[in-house]
Design a protein around this ligand. Structure first.
Ligand code: SF4
Length: 256
């Protein structure tokens, strides 16, 4: 598959494990949607309707999750800004960047960009200093600075726990002009690296064994869905069984 466009989530995936991004975006091996992802989408959908001042769905679980975080959001229809607005930039790197921002609005003379995050545990919430180095925050802040060059920009993460007791936490960072310039350089360099990786054979793409267990759960005991594929390339992603996968692939090749 030819790589034609980037997104904040693609960049984050690439920076965590280049091979995982390659398997999915270049190889076309998409991971299955998990229950946590589906629940996160329901919470997002409910919050979108709430901010638009529209009737909420009869989704008690999504409502229970979203309620504690609503105090960190502007009152519905009372703000100057937009909900679920499309991001599109052709000037931040070698390919266009696409995405959707959950909410942005003006608070005094500051533009606040909000992203909703469902999480199993608030301990995963980013600290303000970590937001300045977060690829998604960088992309949204740079996109906003190109669109509204005179505005001060704050990126706000509103976290919602996805299981009882339902709680919420906010973490935010105000980007300075220096931060924005540094972010633009980092985004451009990262997209250049992604372009290079996109035309590299998967066997030669760097990988990160520390990422193999990301998002592991009872529903998703494997963590990364590409562990067997990586093991077939001789990587130790299946523990002691890894060499069997590589041997199996070699024998398969010989029998063809
Ligand atoms: S199995 Fe591990 S090394 Fe392979 S793509 Fe997934 S996270 Fe990366």
């Amino acid at each position: 598959m030819i790589w034609k466009r980037a997104s904040a989530s693609q960049g984050k995936a690439f920076l965590r494990c280049q091979s995982r991004w390659h398997w999915e975006k270049i190889g076309g091996f998409r991971g299955e949607e998990t229950g946590a992802m589906r629940l996160g989408k329901r919470v997002h959908a409910l919050l979108e309707l709430y901010l638009r001042g529209e009737r909420l769905p009869q989704d008690k679980e999504a409502l229970a999750i979203a309620l504690p975080g609503m105090k960190y959001l502007p009152k519905p229809k009372s703000f100057l800004g937009a909900v679920e607005d499309r991001i599109y930039s052709t000037t931040l790197g070698c390919v266009p960047i696409l995405g959707f921002v959950d909410l942005y609005y003006w608070q005094g003379d500051c533009l606040v960009i909000v992203d909703h995050k469902s999480t199993g545990n608030l301990q995963y919430a980013l600290a303000p200093s970590e937001i300045s180095r977060d690829f998604q925050a960088m992309i949204y802040a740079c996109w906003a600075s190109l669109r509204w060059p005179d505005e001060r920009i704050t990126f706000r993460l509103v976290y919602y726990t996805s299981r009882p007791p339902y709680r919420s936490r906010v973490s935010e960072y105000a980007f300075s002009d220096t931060d924005i310039e540094a972010a633009k350089t980092y985004i451009r360099q990262t997209l250049d690296r992604m372009l290079l990786a996109s035309i590299t054979d998967i066997a030669s793409v760097p990988y990160n064994l520390a990422a193999c267990h990301d998002y592991k759960s009872a529903e998703n005991p494997m963590g990364c869905p590409h562990r067997e594929r990586c093991a077939e390339l001789g990587r130790q992603t299946m523990g002691a069984a890894s060499s069997f996968f590589q041997l199996g692939k070699l024998l398969e090749g010989k029998s063809c």
